[in-house]
Design a protein around this ligand. Structure first.
Ligand SMILES: N[C@@H](CCC(=O)N[C@@H](CS)C(=O)NCC(=O)O)C(=O)O
Length: 310
Protein backbone atom coordinates (compact mmCIF):
# COMPACT_ATOMS: atom_id res chain seq x y z
CA UNK A 1 0.00 0.00 0.00
CA UNK A 2 1.37 3.43 -0.92
CA UNK A 3 1.77 5.59 2.17
CA UNK A 4 0.34 9.08 2.41
CA UNK A 5 2.14 11.80 0.50
CA UNK A 6 3.61 14.02 3.21
CA UNK A 7 5.00 17.21 1.76
CA UNK A 8 7.24 19.42 3.91
CA UNK A 9 6.90 22.91 2.52
CA UNK A 10 5.90 26.52 3.11
CA UNK A 11 3.37 28.37 1.06
CA UNK A 12 5.58 31.10 -0.36
CA UNK A 13 8.29 28.63 -1.43
CA UNK A 14 8.77 28.63 -5.21
CA UNK A 15 10.29 25.14 -5.41
CA UNK A 16 7.32 23.89 -3.40
CA UNK A 17 5.04 25.56 -5.92
CA UNK A 18 6.75 23.58 -8.70
CA UNK A 19 5.88 20.33 -6.88
CA UNK A 20 2.39 21.53 -5.91
CA UNK A 21 1.65 22.10 -9.61
CA UNK A 22 2.93 18.57 -10.33
CA UNK A 23 0.62 17.25 -7.59
CA UNK A 24 -2.17 19.15 -9.35
CA UNK A 25 -1.32 17.75 -12.78
CA UNK A 26 -1.26 14.26 -11.30
CA UNK A 27 -4.49 14.89 -9.37
CA UNK A 28 -3.07 13.54 -6.11
CA UNK A 29 -4.18 13.96 -2.50
CA UNK A 30 -1.44 15.04 -0.13
CA UNK A 31 -0.67 16.33 3.34
CA UNK A 32 1.06 19.68 3.77
CA UNK A 33 3.49 20.00 6.68
CA UNK A 34 4.39 23.63 7.19
CA UNK A 35 8.10 24.17 7.89
CA UNK A 36 9.83 27.44 8.87
CA UNK A 37 11.14 29.83 6.19
CA UNK A 38 14.43 30.29 8.07
CA UNK A 39 16.56 28.17 10.39
CA UNK A 40 16.23 26.55 12.89
CA UNK A 41 14.14 23.72 11.44
CA UNK A 42 14.46 20.98 14.04
CA UNK A 43 11.40 19.08 12.80
CA UNK A 44 12.82 18.92 9.27
CA UNK A 45 16.51 18.21 9.79
CA UNK A 46 15.75 15.28 12.13
CA UNK A 47 14.18 13.63 9.08
CA UNK A 48 16.74 14.69 6.48
CA UNK A 49 19.95 14.44 8.52
CA UNK A 50 20.76 18.12 8.02
CA UNK A 51 19.33 19.02 4.61
CA UNK A 52 17.46 22.26 5.33
CA UNK A 53 16.04 23.22 1.98
CA UNK A 54 12.39 23.09 1.08
CA UNK A 55 10.60 21.12 -0.25
CA UNK A 56 11.06 17.61 1.13
CA UNK A 57 8.77 14.66 0.46
CA UNK A 58 8.13 11.98 3.05
CA UNK A 59 6.63 8.61 2.21
CA UNK A 60 6.65 6.65 5.47
CA UNK A 61 10.31 6.33 6.49
CA UNK A 62 11.61 7.34 3.04
CA UNK A 63 12.61 10.99 2.76
CA UNK A 64 13.13 12.61 -0.66
CA UNK A 65 15.16 15.83 -0.89
CA UNK A 66 15.08 18.30 -3.79
CA UNK A 67 12.20 18.89 -6.20
CA UNK A 68 13.92 16.84 -8.93
CA UNK A 69 14.02 13.74 -6.70
CA UNK A 70 10.55 14.39 -5.32
CA UNK A 71 8.95 14.58 -8.75
CA UNK A 72 10.75 11.45 -10.01
CA UNK A 73 9.51 9.53 -7.00
CA UNK A 74 5.95 10.80 -7.34
CA UNK A 75 5.98 9.58 -10.94
CA UNK A 76 7.46 6.22 -9.90
CA UNK A 77 4.91 5.66 -7.13
CA UNK A 78 1.93 7.02 -9.03
CA UNK A 79 2.52 5.86 -12.61
CA UNK A 80 -1.17 5.99 -13.56
CA UNK A 81 -0.89 9.76 -13.67
CA UNK A 82 2.68 9.84 -15.04
CA UNK A 83 3.77 13.24 -16.30
CA UNK A 84 3.54 13.40 -20.05
CA UNK A 85 7.03 14.81 -20.67
CA UNK A 86 8.78 12.45 -23.02
CA UNK A 87 5.75 10.35 -23.84
CA UNK A 88 3.28 12.39 -25.79
CA UNK A 89 3.77 13.23 -29.45
CA UNK A 90 5.29 16.69 -29.65
CA UNK A 91 6.47 16.58 -26.05
CA UNK A 92 9.96 17.91 -25.41
CA UNK A 93 10.94 14.96 -23.25
CA UNK A 94 13.21 17.45 -21.57
CA UNK A 95 11.32 18.22 -18.37
CA UNK A 96 14.23 17.37 -16.06
CA UNK A 97 17.02 19.13 -17.97
CA UNK A 98 14.72 22.12 -18.41
CA UNK A 99 14.50 22.20 -14.60
CA UNK A 100 18.20 23.04 -14.42
CA UNK A 101 17.52 26.14 -16.51
CA UNK A 102 14.52 27.25 -14.44
CA UNK A 103 16.00 26.28 -11.05
CA UNK A 104 19.32 28.01 -11.55
CA UNK A 105 19.35 30.60 -14.34
CA UNK A 106 15.76 31.82 -14.25
CA UNK A 107 15.49 31.46 -10.46
CA UNK A 108 18.52 33.74 -9.91
CA UNK A 109 16.92 36.40 -12.13
CA UNK A 110 13.66 36.05 -10.16
CA UNK A 111 15.51 36.38 -6.83
CA UNK A 112 17.26 39.59 -7.96
CA UNK A 113 14.03 41.11 -9.31
CA UNK A 114 12.15 40.23 -6.12
CA UNK A 115 14.66 41.11 -3.41
CA UNK A 116 16.30 43.97 -5.30
CA UNK A 117 12.82 45.39 -5.80
CA UNK A 118 11.88 44.96 -2.13
CA UNK A 119 15.22 46.40 -0.94
CA UNK A 120 14.98 47.65 2.65
CA UNK A 121 11.65 45.91 3.18
CA UNK A 122 13.47 42.57 3.39
CA UNK A 123 13.62 41.34 6.98
CA UNK A 124 17.09 41.36 8.62
CA UNK A 125 16.71 37.87 10.06
CA UNK A 126 15.78 36.56 6.59
CA UNK A 127 18.86 38.22 5.09
CA UNK A 128 21.16 36.72 7.77
CA UNK A 129 19.64 33.29 7.20
CA UNK A 130 20.07 33.44 3.44
CA UNK A 131 23.66 34.66 3.83
CA UNK A 132 24.43 31.49 5.78
CA UNK A 133 22.57 29.43 3.16
CA UNK A 134 24.36 30.96 0.17
CA UNK A 135 27.76 31.45 1.80
CA UNK A 136 27.89 35.05 0.56
CA UNK A 137 26.33 38.39 1.51
CA UNK A 138 22.61 38.76 0.80
CA UNK A 139 23.06 42.33 -0.33
CA UNK A 140 19.75 43.89 -1.34
CA UNK A 141 21.53 47.12 -2.44
CA UNK A 142 23.63 45.11 -4.86
CA UNK A 143 20.51 43.24 -6.01
CA UNK A 144 18.76 46.58 -6.50
CA UNK A 145 21.54 47.66 -8.84
CA UNK A 146 21.20 44.34 -10.67
CA UNK A 147 17.43 44.69 -11.21
CA UNK A 148 17.65 46.39 -14.64
CA UNK A 149 20.06 43.81 -16.03
CA UNK A 150 18.21 40.90 -14.42
CA UNK A 151 14.92 42.22 -15.81
CA UNK A 152 16.50 42.06 -19.26
CA UNK A 153 17.65 38.51 -18.53
CA UNK A 154 14.22 37.46 -17.33
CA UNK A 155 12.63 38.97 -20.42
CA UNK A 156 15.08 37.04 -22.61
CA UNK A 157 14.20 33.78 -20.89
CA UNK A 158 10.47 34.45 -21.09
CA UNK A 159 10.81 35.14 -24.82
CA UNK A 160 12.07 31.56 -25.23
CA UNK A 161 8.89 30.24 -23.61
CA UNK A 162 6.72 32.59 -25.66
CA UNK A 163 8.37 31.19 -28.81
CA UNK A 164 7.61 27.62 -27.72
CA UNK A 165 3.94 28.56 -27.28
CA UNK A 166 3.74 30.46 -30.57
CA UNK A 167 2.08 27.59 -32.46
CA UNK A 168 -0.93 27.78 -30.12
CA UNK A 169 -0.12 24.66 -28.11
CA UNK A 170 -1.80 24.86 -24.71
CA UNK A 171 1.19 23.52 -22.78
CA UNK A 172 4.94 23.47 -23.40
CA UNK A 173 5.03 19.77 -24.29
CA UNK A 174 1.84 19.81 -26.35
CA UNK A 175 -1.73 19.16 -25.35
CA UNK A 176 -1.15 18.10 -21.74
CA UNK A 177 0.57 19.86 -18.88
CA UNK A 178 3.77 18.26 -17.63
CA UNK A 179 6.94 18.85 -15.69
CA UNK A 180 8.18 21.48 -18.17
CA UNK A 181 5.09 23.56 -17.38
CA UNK A 182 5.47 23.23 -13.61
CA UNK A 183 9.16 24.20 -13.87
CA UNK A 184 8.58 27.15 -16.18
CA UNK A 185 5.62 28.40 -14.13
CA UNK A 186 6.92 28.68 -10.59
CA UNK A 187 9.39 31.58 -11.05
CA UNK A 188 6.69 33.68 -12.66
CA UNK A 189 4.36 32.81 -9.77
CA UNK A 190 7.12 33.70 -7.27
CA UNK A 191 7.71 37.18 -8.73
CA UNK A 192 3.98 37.87 -8.93
CA UNK A 193 3.21 36.96 -5.31
CA UNK A 194 6.27 38.44 -3.60
CA UNK A 195 6.95 41.55 -5.69
CA UNK A 196 3.99 42.30 -7.99
CA UNK A 197 5.72 45.49 -9.24
CA UNK A 198 8.54 43.38 -10.68
CA UNK A 199 6.00 41.29 -12.59
CA UNK A 200 5.70 43.95 -15.30
CA UNK A 201 8.57 42.06 -16.95
CA UNK A 202 5.97 39.49 -18.02
CA UNK A 203 3.80 42.09 -19.77
CA UNK A 204 3.38 41.73 -23.50
CA UNK A 205 3.98 37.99 -23.62
CA UNK A 206 0.44 37.16 -24.61
CA UNK A 207 0.86 33.43 -25.20
CA UNK A 208 2.84 33.10 -21.99
CA UNK A 209 0.23 35.00 -19.96
CA UNK A 210 -2.58 32.81 -21.30
CA UNK A 211 -0.51 29.67 -20.61
CA UNK A 212 0.17 30.91 -17.07
CA UNK A 213 -3.58 31.13 -16.44
CA UNK A 214 -4.00 27.56 -17.72
CA UNK A 215 -1.26 26.26 -15.41
CA UNK A 216 -2.72 28.19 -12.47
CA UNK A 217 -6.15 26.67 -13.17
CA UNK A 218 -4.73 23.14 -12.77
CA UNK A 219 -4.51 23.74 -9.02
CA UNK A 220 -2.61 21.66 -6.50
CA UNK A 221 -4.58 18.43 -6.17
CA UNK A 222 -6.21 17.83 -2.79
CA UNK A 223 -4.34 19.31 0.14
CA UNK A 224 -4.88 18.65 3.84
CA UNK A 225 -2.63 19.94 6.63
CA UNK A 226 -0.54 17.74 8.94
CA UNK A 227 1.56 18.74 11.96
CA UNK A 228 5.30 18.12 12.16
CA UNK A 229 4.72 15.85 15.18
CA UNK A 230 2.35 13.67 13.17
CA UNK A 231 4.84 13.44 10.29
CA UNK A 232 7.68 12.47 12.64
CA UNK A 233 5.50 9.85 14.37
CA UNK A 234 4.69 8.34 10.94
CA UNK A 235 8.39 8.11 10.07
CA UNK A 236 9.14 6.48 13.41
CA UNK A 237 6.41 3.87 13.02
CA UNK A 238 7.27 3.06 9.39
CA UNK A 239 10.01 1.01 7.77
CA UNK A 240 11.84 2.24 4.67
CA UNK A 241 10.93 0.32 1.51
CA UNK A 242 14.28 1.06 -0.15
CA UNK A 243 16.27 -2.08 -0.86
CA UNK A 244 20.03 -2.34 -1.17
CA UNK A 245 21.09 -2.04 -4.76
CA UNK A 246 24.57 -1.73 -6.22
CA UNK A 247 25.06 0.05 -9.54
CA UNK A 248 27.71 -1.82 -11.57
CA UNK A 249 28.44 1.38 -13.47
CA UNK A 250 29.11 3.57 -10.43
CA UNK A 251 32.10 5.66 -11.57
CA UNK A 252 33.97 5.80 -8.25
CA UNK A 253 33.38 2.37 -6.77
CA UNK A 254 30.54 3.38 -4.45
CA UNK A 255 28.76 0.37 -2.96
CA UNK A 256 26.00 -0.29 -0.47
CA UNK A 257 27.31 -0.29 3.09
CA UNK A 258 29.85 2.50 2.52
CA UNK A 259 29.82 5.56 4.75
CA UNK A 260 29.26 8.63 2.57
CA UNK A 261 28.28 12.27 2.72
CA UNK A 262 25.94 13.90 0.22
CA UNK A 263 25.81 17.63 -0.46
CA UNK A 264 24.17 20.00 -2.90
CA UNK A 265 26.60 21.52 -5.40
CA UNK A 266 25.04 25.00 -5.40
CA UNK A 267 23.90 26.44 -2.04
CA UNK A 268 22.80 24.94 1.25
CA UNK A 269 25.82 22.67 0.96
CA UNK A 270 25.71 21.16 4.47
CA UNK A 271 26.86 17.54 4.07
CA UNK A 272 24.42 14.80 5.05
CA UNK A 273 26.10 11.68 6.40
CA UNK A 274 24.79 8.14 6.14
CA UNK A 275 25.36 4.62 4.87
CA UNK A 276 24.82 4.05 1.18
CA UNK A 277 21.80 1.87 0.39
CA UNK A 278 21.22 2.39 -3.32
CA UNK A 279 22.71 4.49 -6.08
CA UNK A 280 22.39 5.10 -9.79
CA UNK A 281 22.79 7.82 -12.40
CA UNK A 282 19.64 9.53 -11.16
CA UNK A 283 19.68 8.95 -7.40
CA UNK A 284 21.59 8.21 -4.24
CA UNK A 285 19.91 6.83 -1.12
CA UNK A 286 21.53 6.71 2.31
CA UNK A 287 20.26 5.36 5.59
CA UNK A 288 20.62 7.02 8.92
CA UNK A 289 19.17 6.89 12.41
CA UNK A 290 17.81 9.66 14.57
CA UNK A 291 16.40 9.39 18.10
CA UNK A 292 13.16 11.15 17.16
CA UNK A 293 12.49 9.54 13.76
CA UNK A 294 14.19 6.13 14.05
CA UNK A 295 15.74 4.55 10.92
CA UNK A 296 15.06 6.44 7.70
CA UNK A 297 16.37 6.39 4.14
CA UNK A 298 17.15 9.79 2.66
CA UNK A 299 17.14 10.15 -1.12
CA UNK A 300 18.85 12.77 -3.29
CA UNK A 301 19.12 13.29 -7.03
CA UNK A 302 22.53 12.67 -8.54
CA UNK A 303 22.73 15.61 -10.95
CA UNK A 304 23.31 18.67 -8.78
CA UNK A 305 24.56 16.70 -5.76
CA UNK A 306 28.02 15.47 -4.81
CA UNK A 307 28.77 12.21 -3.02
CA UNK A 308 31.94 12.24 -0.92
CA UNK A 309 33.57 9.65 1.35
CA UNK A 310 32.48 10.18 4.98
N1 LIG B 1 17.36 22.40 -5.73
C1 LIG B 1 16.37 22.55 -4.68
C2 LIG B 1 16.22 24.02 -4.34
C3 LIG B 1 15.32 24.23 -3.15
C4 LIG B 1 15.38 25.63 -2.60
O1 LIG B 1 16.29 26.43 -2.86
N2 LIG B 1 14.39 25.94 -1.81
C5 LIG B 1 14.33 27.21 -1.13
C6 LIG B 1 12.88 27.56 -0.83
S1 LIG B 1 11.87 27.53 -2.23
C7 LIG B 1 15.00 27.07 0.20
O2 LIG B 1 15.14 25.98 0.70
N3 LIG B 1 15.41 28.17 0.78
C8 LIG B 1 16.01 28.12 2.07
C9 LIG B 1 15.08 27.69 3.14
O3 LIG B 1 13.87 27.67 2.96
O4 LIG B 1 15.57 27.36 4.21
C10 LIG B 1 15.06 21.94 -5.15
O5 LIG B 1 14.85 21.79 -6.36
O6 LIG B 1 14.26 21.53 -4.31
Amino acid sequence: MTPEIIFHQYDVSPFSEKVRVVLGIKGLSWRAVEQPVIMPKPDLVCLTGGYRKIPVLQLGADIYCDSQMIIRELDRRFPDSALPDGELPGSTGLGYPLGFWTDREVFQAAVAIIFGGLGDAVDESFKKDREALMGRPFDTDQMKQAVPIMTEQMRGHMAMLEARLADGRPFLGGTQAGLADASAYYNIWFVRIVNPDGASVFDGFDKLNAWEERVKAIGHGTRKEMTTDEAIAIAKAATSITEESADPREPNGLKPGMAVQVMADDYGRDPIAGTLVSSGADHIAIKRTDDRVGDVTVHFPRAGFWVLPA
